[in-house]
Design a protein around this ligand. Structure first.
Ligand SMILES: Cc1ncc(COP(=O)(O)O)c(C=O)c1O
Length: 435
């Protein structure tokens, strides 16, 4: 039997009935109680990841900020948990900032990135007195220069640069190469730094980069740090620029499948902190505050999607399709960029994987396939399929295709489950229509 439990939240187990148990809760019972598709988050796993980031980076470096990148998953219950764990927040839109405000997230822990912020979004950030605006380009610098006029405080900003480093990940997940819509290319770095330093009413406190997502190698981070520190040293020499803060973004890979690489956070932390410390020593720079912005790596493994199997279609000598009651509308990742997940039959955890099946969604696109060719026990209608690694970029990229309802979300902890987002209803689907 294949043991896929390591892909689920730590502590997941199988009970006497052969059911998958997460956070002490029988997932088959959860599916019956809350309905499917159902997304669940294991609270202990989320908190453990927050602490792992703080400990691994904080144990190696004197001054760190862990700012969770909430594009991976945003929900008020999660935000409150992050406040308790002492994390900061990376937002990329007025919407994310608005949700953080409404949850009472401390604004002085918020970083705001994004490649095309509107005037309204920048105004909201300024009015909220967020921690740092991460300025992405020259247009934004000019806009900001106009919007800060008349402010009664001086906002602190970071400048996002593209270091020109290939992180060796999927093209759609790569953001630090020169041919990217994000950030100021390193070659224009001096011009941007000089412009920002000369702007009245704004304080340039540091530099930022984010090279991509689902990265398993540490060398791209090392290379990027070398490039950015090199620019910082040159700017210090030429223009008296002081690098007080450096953000290395997020992008840390996670293990979605048993055969995918699993680089521990400690390995990223060691490579990043040592590169910054060594680089600063060599270049005679003060070590800046170090910001990391994990998104995926903080929530992916803590989240699990539960579906109910319906139609099983056999095409002799070709394929067996198992269709479930969700799919690309709640998890676009496999269809969008070939993301791979693994799954189990939550009510048949002790049965041999005697079949190879393809798990299909229920939406009207042939590309709506969640998992190709996975070995599972014989699946019949009514079985509960639990897909691992669904905590990041599934719900935040979810849609209402085919007028589907976005799933309910629950948090499990110590054998108890609580609803943290209700399932959408027909009223939700028509709420915005104007007749
Ligand atoms: C600026 C910035 N920081 C952090 C992240 C989080 O990346 P990940 O979820 O891969 O950790 C992103 C993702 O796109 C980003 O754009």
């Amino acid at each position: 039997m294949v043991d896929r439990l390591p892909l689920f939240p730590p502590g997941s187990e199988v009970n006497q009935q052969g059911h998958l148990v997460i956070g002490g809760c029988d997932t088959v019972a959860l599916a019956a109680e809350f309905g499917t598709p159902l997304y669940l988050f294991d609270e202990a796993a989320l908190r453990a990841k927050c602490r792992e980031f703080k400990d691994e980076f904080g144990g190696r470096y004197p001054d760190i900020v862990v700012a969770y990148s909430c594009k991976a998953f945003i929900n008020k219950a999660l935000l409150l948990l992050l406040v308790e764990e002492g994390l900061g927040l990376d937002v990329v839109s007025g919407g994310e900032l608005g949700i953080a405000r409404s949850a009472g997230f401390p604004m002085n822990r918020v970083y705001f990135a994004g490649n095309n912020k509107s005037s309204e979004e920048i105004k909201l950030a300024l009015e909220s007195r967020i921690c740092r605006l991460v300025v992405d380009n020259f247009h934004e610098l000019t806009l900001l220069g106009e919007l800060v006029q008349g402010l009664d405080y001086t906002p602190e900003i970071l400048l996002r640069l593209t270091p020109g480093v290939d992180p060796h990940t999927h093209k759609y997940l790569s953001t630090g190469i020169i041919d990217s819509k994000f950030g100021v290319p390193l070659i224009d770095g001096e011009k941007a730094v000089v412009q920002a330093m000369s702007m009245p009413g704004v304080n340039l406190v540091g530099l930022h980069f984010h090279i991509g997502s689902l990265i398993s190698e540490v060398e791209p981070y090392r290379e990027s740090i070398r490039a950015i520190l090199g620019l910082a040293a040159e700017m210090k020499r030429k223009h008296g620029f002081e690098l007080k803060e450096l953000s290395v973004g997020g992008g840390f890979g996670v293990r979605y499948t048993l055969d995918s690489p699993a680089t521990p956070i400690s390995v990223f932390a060691e490579a990043i902190t040592s590169s910054v410390i060594d680089g600063c020593r060599e270049l005679e720079l003060e070590t800046p505050r170090l910001v990391v912005e994990p998104g995926r790596s903080l929530v992916a493994q803590a989240g699990v999607a539960l579906y109910t199997a319906g139609v099983v279609k056999d095409i002799p000598n070709v394929r067996r399709y198992v269709s479930v009651d969700g799919g690309m509308a709640d998890n676009i990742r496999p269809a969008l960029y070939g993301a791979r997940h693994e799954a189990v039959v939550a009510n048949k955890m002790r049965e041999e994987e005697s079949e190879k099946v393809t798990i299909a969604g229920k939406f009207c696109e042939s590309g709506d396939i969640l998992i190709w060719d996975i070995g599972l026990p014989p699946v019949t209608a009514g079985d509960i399929i639990a897909v691992a690694g669904c905590g990041a970029y599934c719900l935040t990229e979810a849609m209402n295709y085919n007028a589907s309802f976005k799933p309910a979300v629950i948090m499990v902890r110590e054998s108890k489950a609580r609803l943290i987002r209700r399932r959408e209803t027909l009223e939700d689907l028509t709420r915005l229509d104007v007749v």
